[in-house]
Design a protein around this ligand. Structure first.
Ligand code: SF4
Ligand code: SF4
Length: 297
């Protein structure tokens, strides 16, 4: 079976315990305003353009039969992305890396071999593999196949999810998933919709079902100034009766902002600052006061 990814990151230490390989699936059904992986949102191939690296060789103009690349009246290299078919030919032609392709079709045997290469590191660090995204659960057929293959090889498996998928998808991978990294963005459903484009009822229902099923769960809360700071206590109260191993607060950062420009997208939170240590500590204290094992990522 074949899946659509946008990255395979080895030696990852932020997506579950130990040293891990994180597999990033392409495609997501949420539109979080702060998303730091904007290349994960659309399932189809995309191109990133970094004009400061362009040497003006013209190779991309020649190879692109769709007519995406053109010069404006000032002679600047521009892209008409609406015409792009995602063939990625221009990115293969651009030796200066001004054009970078985003999108990777991989079959499960290739991906398994890539993951297994680092099994020694997983075994020596209590690590493993994490399937992330985008939303890995949206490619449930492929996810079920690859996670089962990994489990059969004795590799610790984690799924990082926003949880906005039918419960039947979870049921298909419960037995082969050692850990769920479950993102919660807001407790209030209307606020959740403002921040992510969807209400949170399905997400919360699935979280309760995972807890009832005895699954190991780490909840992760993106902590975004001006967006969801006031939701922390309500989230804590909601989680206090569930079986949650740990709650991780993920402070907002701007690392993804340059990717928006490269993808031709606008970035809504351009003026948002990273939260201070003090406000993050305060959020952690609120969660601890709800009886949760809370920390910063
Ligand atoms: S192939 Fe790359 S370096 Fe050459 S014109 Fe196109 S973007 Fe610029
Ligand atoms: S990905 Fe294909 S269609 Fe899109 S700009 Fe490059 S060559 Fe043209």
């Amino acid at each position: 079976m074949e899946g659509k990814l946008f990255n395979i990151q080895k030696f990852s230490i932020h997506d579950g315990p130990g040293i891990r390989t994180t597999v990033f699936f392409k495609g997501c059904n949420l539109r979080c305003r702060w998303c730091h992986n904007p290349e994960s949102i659309h399932k189809s191939n995309q191109i990133e353009f970094y004009p400061e690296r362009c040497i003006g060789c013209g190779a991309c103009y020649q190879v692109c039969t769709a007519g995406v690349h053109f010069q404006n009246v000032s002679g600047e290299h521009q892209l008409n992305r609406l015409k792009c078919t995602g063939c990625l030919r221009c990115t293969e032609t651009c030796y200066s890396k001004a054009l970078v392709g985003v999108g990777l079709n991989v079959d499960s045997s290739y991906l398994l071999n890539t993951i297994v290469e680092d099994k020694l590191y997983y075994d020596n660090s209590s690590g493993g593999v994490t399937f992330s995204g985008g939303e890995a659960m949206l490619q449930i057929d492929f996810l079920e196949e690859i996670i089962t293959l990994c489990k059969n090889k004795g590799i610790h498996t984690a799924v990082d999810t926003a949880g906005c998928v039918p419960w039947s998808y979870f049921e298909r991978i419960l037995k082969v998933t050692d850990l769920f990294l479950y993102d919660i963005k807001a407790a209030d459903s209307i606020r959740h919709k403002q921040l992510t484009g969807v209400k949170n009822q399905l997400i919360l229902d699935n979280l309760c079902k995972l807890s009832d099923a005895g699954q190991k769960i780490i909840v992760r809360i993106p902590f975004i100034p001006g967006q969801n700071e006031d939701q922390i206590e309500e989230i804590g109260n909601m989680l206090r009766n569930l079986r949650i191993v740990k709650v991780e607060v993920m402070p907002y950062h701007k690392l993804g902002s340059s990717k928006y420009k490269a993808l031709g997208l606008s970035y809504e939170l351009y003026h948002t600052q990273t939260p201070t240590e003090e406000t993050v500590d305060k959020a952690i204290t609120i969660l601890k006061n709800c009886g949760l094992n809370a920390c910063k990522t």
